[in-house]
Design a protein around this ligand. Structure first.
Ligand code: HPA
Ligand code: ZN
Length: 336
């Protein structure tokens, strides 16, 4: 039985498994340029973030109706539940859909249909975080925030994703300030491929409350000291980092060093359909590659609930944290 966790870094479009992509394509009368799911899966070999994003955006073409978004989210919830996820704060990329003529209403309405009852059906509570594409303009981000206004009751916060290098956080200071005024929580991808300065800027210029990835903070000891002091959550995604070659191998992933330095780390799955594993796969493979102790694994799980945006429901956070404390490690996964 996997340890209970909150998933804090998960792009719903990145949970599109090849089989579902083909099923949705057929339902929508589209033909994918791959013979079958196996051939598509074989294309999942990436050199860097951009080479992944090219395929990620291409496959979104199959997501057209509310049913498509609801089915995508349901498929995720089913897998997440089996991986110990009790709570999920789910990213979505509206600009990638608006650009294809799919409305905000379709995207949010479809996802919400699944989220509304995910706790009853799968035992996974969930919230939505709307991401802006940092390789689009700040004006486009602001227009997206405007388009989301009628749906803000369904959205807990905003994030920033897509191609990082050359697209520093500071460009989006205005839209983050506007979102903060609307009561939205703020996170941002930073330090995945981009330099440590982008992390500092996400904190100072965007008011980011969590940093997604944040891996490259290690190049700046002053920044590390600040992140430790303020216990800024870093939502790490080890399998993603290996697949996108931010690190050479899981054995060389800095997760354990980061924990030992006192950083507030969590383990997440990013785009699990593309990177070879969901949340517990990330945790188990990291545990094994880095020889993490049971205490460190429990700390990661505890951190995930502490860093989650459950502020309207402290009772729920306490209940989830109690489940983490009560978890008994077993030897089924090869532990000695
Ligand atoms: N990084 C940046 N943008 C993304 C990612 C990622 O790993 N996945 C989906 N959009
Ligand atoms: Zn991500």
């Amino acid at each position: 039985m996997p340890i209970p966790q909150a998933e804090l870094h998960l792009h719903i479009e990145g949970t599109l498994e090849p089989e579902l992509a083909f099923a949705l394509a057929a339902r929508n009368g589209l033909v994918l340029p791959y013979a079958d799911a196996d051939e598509l899966r074989a294309a999942y070999r990436f050199e860097d973030l951009q080479s992944f994003l090219d395929l990620y955006y291409e496959l979104m073409a199959v997501l057209l109706t509310q049913d498509d978004f609801a089915d995508l989210a349901d498929a995720y919830f089913e897998r997440a539940a089996s991986q110990g996820v009790r709570h999920a704060e789910i990213f979505f990329d509206p600009q990638a859909h608006l650009a294809r003529g799919v409305s905000m209403e379709t995207v949010v309405g479809g996802l919400w249909r699944a989220l509304e009852t995910s706790e009853e059906r799968y035992g996974v509570s969930a919230q939505l975080i709307m991401c802006f594409l940092r390789d689009e303009s700040p004006e486009s981000a602001m227009a997206t925030l405007e388009a989301a206004r009628p749906h803000l009751g369904k959205i807990v916060g905003i994030g920033l994703d897509s191609a990082e290098v050359g697209n520093p956080p500071g460009r989006f200071a205005q839209v983050y300030a506007a979102a903060a005024k609307l009561g939205l929580r703020r996170v941002a991808h930073a330090g995945e491929e981009g330099p440590p300065e982008y992390i500092t800027s996400a904190l100072d210029d965007l008011g980011a409350e969590r940093i997604d990835h944040g891996l490259r903070c290690l190049e700046d000891p002053t920044l590390v000291a600040r992140l430790v002091r303020d216990q800024v959550p870093l939502t790490l995604c080890p399998l993603s980092n290996v697949r996108l070659r931010a690190v050479q191998s899981l054995e060389q992933h800095p997760l354990r060093r980061m924990l030992e330095a006192g950083l507030m780390c969590t383990v997440n799955s990013d785009d699990p359909a593309y990177f070879g594993g969901y949340i517990d796969d990330n945790l188990e493979q990291s545990r094994s590659a880095l020889d993490l102790s049971d205490d460190q694994v429990r700390e990661l799980a505890r951190n995930s609930f502490r860093a989650s945006f459950l502020e309207h429901d402290e009772e729920m956070r306490a209940r989830y944290l109690a489940q983490v404390e009560a978890y008994v490690f077993t030897s089924v996964s090869g532990r000695p």
